[in-house]
Structure formats: C-alpha cells, structure tokens
Design a protein around this ligand. Structure first.
Ligand code: ADP
Length: 604
C-alpha cells in the first residue's frame, strides 16, 4: 500500500472536487481570500481608531475611518459566512455523490477475489469511513482544513514579516513554540500510526456486531439461544478498547497543550517588554503599539492554528491513504482484452488445463492441477464431499477468480484474452446463496430498470414461477423485500431459487453454471426444476453442482472431485458400475432416502 504525503492527498481531494464541480476552484479562492481579509481588517480596525484619535485627526475623521472599516469587516464576515454555507452544501453533495459513489463503484466492479478477501473488506470499511463519516475526519476534514491551513500559512508569512521588523526575539520564542508543538504532534501521530490497524479492526468488529444485532433475521437466534449478554459484552469490550486508545491519544495531546501555555507566557513577557520599551523611549506611538500588539496576537493565534491544523491533517492523512489506496487498487483482471465475446460459438467448448488455485494464506491448493474438457452443449455434474473445491472451481469458470497457474480456454481462447467485464456476458449463474436485490421482480430478472416484459414472463414460466408472480399484487412490478418498499414481498427460499433461474434464462448466456440450485426445494419441486433445467438448457454448455446424487442423472457426465482434483469421471451408470467413491456415496444416500421413505410409509 502506498503512503501519500498530506500535501499530495490535499491536492488529490481538491482535484477530485474540481473534476466533480468545475466552479469549485473559484469558490475555494474566494473563501480563502475572505478568510485572509478578515484578520487583516481585524488588525487594521483598532489601529486606525487609535491613530485617528491620537494623531491629531478630528472626531469626524475618526468616525469615518472606524465606520468604514467596520462596514467592510461586516460585509466580509457576511460574505464569508454565506460562501461557507454554500460551500458546505456543495461539499455534502460531493461526499455522497462523488466520494461514496467512487467507493461503491469500486466495490461492485473490483476483482471479486480482492473484494471478498479479509484485506479487501478491511480496506473497504476504512474507505467508507473516510468518504462518508465526517466525524472521523476523512475527506470532509481534508477539504475543510485545506482552506484553514492555506489561510494560516499566508497569515504567517504576512504577519511573520511584520513581527520580525519589531524584534527578532519575539520570532525566536515563536519558533521554539513551533518546534515544541511539532514534537508533541509527532508523538501523537506516532501513537496513532501504531494503533491504527487495531482501530480499524475494532471498528469493523463493532460495525459488524451492530449490523447483526439490528438485523431481524438474527433476532430469533439471539433471543432463543440467550446470546444478548454475550453480544453486549463483546461490544462493550470493543468499545472500551477504543476508549483506552483515545485516552492514550489525549495524554499525548496534553503535552503539546502544556508546552503551548509555557511558551505563550514567555512570548507575551518578551513582546510586551519590547513594546513598552519602544513606547517609553518614544520610538513608538499608541497607534504603533496597538498595531504591534494586534500583529503579535494574530500571528500567535495563526501559528497555533497552523500547527494544530497540520497535526490534524496529518492525522486524517493516515486514514485517508486507505481511501486512495482502495480506489487505486490495481485490478489483476485484464481490461479491454483482444478476444471478442460475440465471436464465441454458442454453445462453447470449455477446457481447463492444469488449473491450480489457492486462497491467500493456504499452503495446499484448493484446485490442484485440474484438467477437464467440456464439449459444446455438454452437461457436467460436479460432485464431491464438502470442501472438495466445487464452488471454487465454478468461480474460476465464471471468471470471478483467475487461476494461479494453468489455463481456462473458452472456445479455444484463454480466459485472460477476454475483457473481464465482457467475459461475464458469456456466463449465466445460479448460486445457492440467493439474495434478491430490493427492487421489483422484473428488475431482478433482467438485472436492469428497463427490460422486455414478455421475455421476463416467459422466463418465469420456464422457471415455474409465473403463477406465483401473477398472484402478487403488482405482478412483475412488485418489490422484493420490504427494505425499500413497504408493500414489498418476501419470497420463500425455493421461490428465490426459481427467480434466479429465471434470471439466468433471461440472460441467455451460452455457459450456464448452477451451484446447488435446488438446495432450498422440496423433493417434488426439485424433480420438477431438474426437468426444466434439462429442457431449457439444451443449447448451453452447463456445469451443475449438487449434493443429491440422484440429480446427476440428467447430466451427460459426472465429475467426482476430491481435494481439488478429479477422482472419478464417467456417466452416472458407469460410475455406479465402477464401484468407487461415487458409487459408495450414492449407496449411502439411496439407503438414507430408502430408510426415510420406509419410516414415512410406516407412519402413514
Ligand atoms: P465445496 O464447494 O466443494 O464445498 P469450496 O470450493 O467451497 O468447496 O471450498 C474448498 C476449500 O476452500 C475449503 O477448504 C474452504 O474452506 C476453502 N475456501 C472456500 N472459500 C474460501 C475463501 N473465500 N477464502 C478462503 N478459503 C476458502
């Protein structure tokens, strides 16, 4: 992960905002100008008043100068407040539309392997925190402090020159003050860097627990298994760890505040002695004294503001790098490959050559030198015990993962030669963990807002769900789940599986991958769906995973997997006759079903 400097990230934020809103640099400069004008006017106002009174001017001159400056000051203050309010409003659009939009876009388009990895999830939650949580500093802080910091820097240059012309010792104390400040801020920053990973992990744990505690789906288990105290205990412990870290930070910050107080007294002592001497010796009049006091006070205030803003910006920057690194995370998948998906024959021939794949941190590969050729239109049943690597293999075939070594060829072309996004057009999938999006039935089937309604109905019919949807209050336009629509409906597990089958049919992709597509169905519904699969997928190359071995009978070939390799392959009948692992598993399952059926018959 790259570590960008605070200045680099500050420019990055300004650039991002300018790309989002072309008028932004102008509003930044106007705000900066007014922010600079206000302290200058605040210094000039008392100086001019005293000068008008003591340098022989009339009361009218005094009134005119003071009133003029006050009007100017009030106008500038009003303009600054109005501009800031407008800027804040624009900023909140910038965070939600641009920054959160970028994080969301990255999340849903990034390499799936990265997205599901613990590191990917950790970076995602850190990026969301930076983009969407102003309380945590993030982009909000970076953008707002950029104005304050630049203003302080300009004031320091301007007023520093004026103070230096008074007495070099005043500047020396201020320089010492700055050095002590930098040292103290360094202590805080080192502590924050050291504890940052713990902070992210605790925040993730806390958010996760909170989400799960709120989710009614978990409410049943939490109550029935009496997990309330346990969940609350874990959350409290997490909260305390975060609080202890905060205390550590406060302690280090206090050091900086103490040094500030000491230097402040020293500065005032020197400054006022120097100025009093100048007045007493007649080198400075009352207006000069007023001006000098104001210069020193303003310089000192902005010096403090400069250092506290610098420290804060550096603090924000630690987390900010997560946001930028997340957005810039390089995608290992190929973009814009030279192979055109429209040229792929339907149905395609798919070949896996010595494919090997491991998850991060695993020593033995999950898929190990796996080779298999699937002929155009062939239906393969992929079976094996839990953990054999079936789901991983279909994720490789779907293009969600790339092999560590070996090749996957689709219609003779290696998968890497296709553009990553375009390749997904070739694949229709039905995974077992079905979660419809909280949109309408029709939108869920088509995967977009506008779609061919006749075709959607036809696919529902083929998937055996037409009657159910016809009975819904608004048919295809009925919302699924009540998350976004109060009148939304929830489908049963089996209905959801039929819905995603309809979606795969709507997509009409030439390569169909079904991972336990009937796990939530009762045996009758399952048999019905198998027949539909067999009928509707006749023109597709398909791979089908199932635990129920009887279902493999509608496939042309069975591949029995063990430890990421092919242990047996052949037709269902051939494998039974061979009497190997597949046949043994089939016998165990059949006898289990037989026993259950006998018990059931006896009960009847
Ligand atoms: P199957 O579908 O045959 O049950 P999987 O492909 O799901 O097998 O899993 C094969 C092995 O890979 C298992 O040991 C599982 O724990 C591991 N595994 C699966 N998914 C992940 C993942 N996202 N990260 C790490 N390990 C995983």
């Amino acid at each position: 992960m790259r570590k960008y400097s605070t200045a680099s990230n500050m420019f990055y934020t300004l650039k991002l905002q300018t790309q989002f809103d072309r008028r932004y640099p102008l509003s930044f400069l106007a705000l900066l100008g007014l922010n600079l004008l206000l302290p200058v006017l605040a210094t000039l106002l008392p100086t001019a008043a005293v000068a008008a009174l003591t340098r022989g001017g009339s009361v009218r001159t005094y009134m005119a100068v003071v009133a003029g400056l006050m009007v100017l000051y009030a106008a500038a203050a009003y303009l600054q407040a109005a501009l800031k309010a407008r800027d804040d409003a624009r900023l909140s659009r910038f965070y939600s539309e641009c920054c959160m939009g970028l994080v969301l876009e990255k999340c849903i388009t990034m390499d799936y392997r990265i997205q599901e990895s613990p590191e990917g999830q950790q970076m995602r939650s850190a990026a969301i925190n930076v983009a969407g949580n102003p309380a945590a500093g993030g982009i909000h802080g970076m953008r707002q402090q950029a104005v304050v910091w630049t203003r302080s820097l300009l004031v320091l240059a301007l007023y520093g020159a004026a103070a230096a012309s008074l007495d070099w010792r005043i500047l020396l104390v201020m320089a010492l003050m700055s050095a002590a400040n930098t040292l103290a801020a360094g202590l805080v920053r080192r502590y924050e860097s050291r504890t940052r990973v713990d902070e992210i992990l605790d925040r993730r744990e806390y958010d996760y627990l909170l989400d799960h505690a709120y989710d009614p789906a978990n409410g049943k288990d939490v109550r029935l298994y009496r997990m309330e105290n346990w969940v609350l205990g874990v959350m409290t412990a997490c909260f305390r760890r975060r609080w202890n870290r905060e205390k550590g930070r406060f302690r280090r910050q206090i050091l900086g505040d103490c040094s500030d107080s000491v230097f402040l007294v020293l500065r005032d002592l020197i400054a006022y002695t120097v100025l009093a001497n100048a007045v007493l010796s007649g080198q400075m009049d009352a207006a000069g004294f007023t001006f000098s006091v104001s210069v020193i006070a303003t310089l000192s205030a902005h010096l403090n503001a400069f250092f506290s803003t610098t420290a804060y910006l550096r603090f924000i920057n630690i987390a900010f790098n997560d946001f930028r690194n997340f957005l810039e995370w390089e995608d290992p998948r190929r973009q814009g490959g030279e192979r055109d998906v429209s040229q792929v024959r339907r149905p395609p021939r798919v070949e896996l050559r010595n494919v090997t794949f491991s998850y991060p941190g695993q020593e033995t590969p999950v898929i190990d030198q796996f080779s298999l050729t699937i002929q155009p239109g062939e239906k393969i049943a992929l079976v094996g015990l839990n953990g054999a690597g079936k789901t991983t293999l279909v994720k490789l075939l779907s293009g969600l993962y790339l092999p560590d070594s070996g090749e996957i060829l689709v219609d003779g072309a290696p998968l890497e030669r296709f553009d990553a996004g375009a390749y997904f057009q070739l694949v229709g999938t039905v995974f077992q963990d079905v979660t419809p999006l909280p949109f309408t039935v029709g939108e869920n089937i088509a995967g977009r807002e506008t779609y061919d309604r006749d075709r959607a109905w036809k696919c529902l019919e083929m998937a055996g769900l037409r009657e159910v949807v016809e009975a819904l209050p608004r048919g295809l336009d009925t919302h699924l789940t009540q998350k976004m629509e109060r009148e939304g409906v929830d489908l049963s597990g089996g209905q959801k599986q039929r819905l995603v089958f309809a979606r795969a049919l709507y997509k009409d992709a030439p390569l169909l991958i079904l991972d336990e597509p009937t796990s939530a169905l009762d045996p009758l519904a399952e048999a019905d769906l198998y027949q539909k699969y067999a009928r509707e997928t006749a023109d597709k190359t398909s791979v089908f995973i199932s635990h129920r071995l009887s279902s493999t009978q509608f496939c042309d070939r069975v591949v029995y997997m063990e430890n990421g390799r092919i242990a047996e392959t052949g037709s269902h009948q051939e494998l039974l006759e061979r009497g190997g692992a597949y046949a043994r598993l089939f016998q165990v399952q059949s006898s289990y079903y037989r026993e259950n059926k006998e018990e059931y018959d006896e009960e009847i």
